[in-house]
Design a protein around this ligand. Sequence first.
Ligand code: AMP
Length: 206
Amino acid sequence: MEKSHLNWVSLVKYFFMINLVLFGKPGAGKGTQASFLKAQFNLIHISTGDLFRNHISNQTDLGKLAKSYMDQGDLVPDQVTIDMLENEVDQNPQAKGFIFDGFPRTEAQAEALDLFLAKKEMNISATIALEADDEILIERLLERGKSSGRTDDQDEDKIRNRFEEYNTKTAPLRAYYTNQNKFHSVNGIGTIEEITTRLTHLINSL
Ligand code: AMP
């Protein structure tokens, strides 16, 4: 009896949970859009960048380690990032779904995420890339750096290094998710509202 109930719950979860990966270069608007989408679709927003920044403010060992990479615009090593993300998902067992913002950023992370979700009878519903030209993104990031205090947003060389990390390590995930028929692209240029509308249409059509 209990077993069949569990199977039913698993099926419902598998088909009706929305788990989104927001994909895009630094400055593409992932965080901004995630905060609208989480309210609209009742999802838990997990930003690995925000989690690392919390660890840095709390001066944890993980924060100290992450800072040494983040300050250079380099990616934090996969395993620590994966462990942190999984821990965050585990802390939200009642979630109706998740928005993963800034994760996965490497193929190893994407594979780890698929395995981890499969163990929980969950899967990724869609990966949505916010697209914008580098020069526009650099302008946005330098502007954001003036108020955010983020050192990685204040120096053009570090920003370019983050783009380089994206191009070499994260861009291959397009093929990874295209192979799973889960890759979608959205124009990330426009007002915040326009972009939210594009994303909402896409998510409603999934
Ligand atoms: P973000 O706030 O997403 O722009 O991330 C800021 C920085 O945090 C990145 O430049 C990386 O150093 C680190 N970071 C965030 N997410 C990840 C990830 N999934 N893998 C490795 N490093 C990450």
